[in-house]
Design a protein around this ligand. Structure first.
Ligand SMILES: C[S@@+](CC[C@H](N)C(=O)[O-])C[C@H]1O[C@@H](n2cnc3c(N)ncnc32)[C@H](O)[C@@H]1O
Length: 272
């Protein structure tokens, strides 16, 4: 029965539940079934796959089965690559066209708001108006709803520098911080399944940031996802991945940047 669940999860989300995560799968299915008053895996499976009004239940379950670990300023090296990229973009381009960034698999939004801070700082330091937008996409609706509140527990801010914390966060309850409301307007959150990226409507993104997500997918699917992301990157755009998320991958439209601790590519300016 568990094998059937694994196949369903992989077919619908692309995520692989490795055999070493069997207990995780079992525990989460069992706890959700208890909440629903069901005692039989097969009955739960039948409802999820056959009853149209159980689509909402599917999204609850997917939320339980995804790993949403994240925090602000999680990967310094990858973020430095983004900073350097923005610093080298022509002033004229930045003042005329809003800079569009995309955080793929953004979980509860910390990565999206980190990019908002970073881009805001980079543009203001160059004396430019903060013309930009950051889109966060994820499969988990509850995670996206949390992201939209912009409220975070203190532990998610451990890597935020004190002056940045002071400028962009407000203590709203003991141990709970509200992200800057004005800057929140630059962010938008969309539910999007990486297994269905061919339908994604974002195009000509200047920065695509995809960290700690591809590891949950089979290698062929990672390549497929990256092909779709590359298509959605603007000419000259930056693609940043987690180190080791895919080895020996190349795309004719991309050139690998010589970054030491991160995997980053730039789309050739002649590419469509
Ligand atoms: C470990 S978190 C990474 C969060 C953030 N990128 C970071 O590095 O801190 C992985 C995220 O990928 C999302 N995810 C997993 N499968 C997905 C899919 N098929 N489509 C979209 N998002 C997915 C999960 O819901 C989860 O929020």
């Amino acid at each position: 029965m568990l094998q059937q669940w694994r196949q369903l999860i992989e077919a619908r989300t692309g995520m692989v539940v490795e055999p070493n995560r069997t207990t995780f799968l079992q525990t989460n299915l069992a706890s959700r079934m208890r909440e629903l008053g069901l005692s039989d895996y097969a009955a739960y499976y039948k409802r999820i796959t056959e009853a149209p009004d159980w689509m909402v239940e599917w999204s609850v379950l997917v939320d339980r089965l995804t790993v949403q670990e994240t925090r602000f300023f999680r990967d310094t090296d990858a973020l430095r690559t983004v900073e350097k990229y923005i610093a080298e973009l022509p002033r004229q381009q930045l003042s005329q066209t809003p800079l569009e960034a995309w955080s793929v698999g953004c979980a509860t939004g910390e990565e999206v708001y980190t990019l908002c801070i970073l881009i805001n700082e980079a543009l203001t330091q160059r004396g430019l108006k903060p013309k930009f937008g950051v889109t966060g996409t994820d499969i988990s609706t509850p995670a996206l709803n949390k992201a939209r509140t912009g409220i975070y527990p203190e532990r998610r801010l451990v890597e935020v520098r004190p002056e940045i914390q002071q400028r962009y966060f407000e203590l709203v309850r003991p141990g709970q911080y509200q992200f800057d409301r004005a800057l929140m307007k630059k962010a938008c959150f969309v539910r999007e399944n990486l297994a269905e990226l061919q339908n994604a409507l974002h195009f000509r993104m200047q920065i695509i940031y995809c960290q700690n997500v591809l590891i949950y997918f089979k290698k062929w699917r990672r390549r497929e996802i990256l092909r779709h992301l590359t298509e959605r990157l603007a000419p000259g755009g930056l693609l940043v991945l987690g180190l080791g998320e895919l080895t020996n991958w190349q795309h004719p439209d991309l050139e690998r940047l010589s970054t030491e601790h991160t995997l980053a590519y730039r789309k050739k300016s002649g590419a469509l």
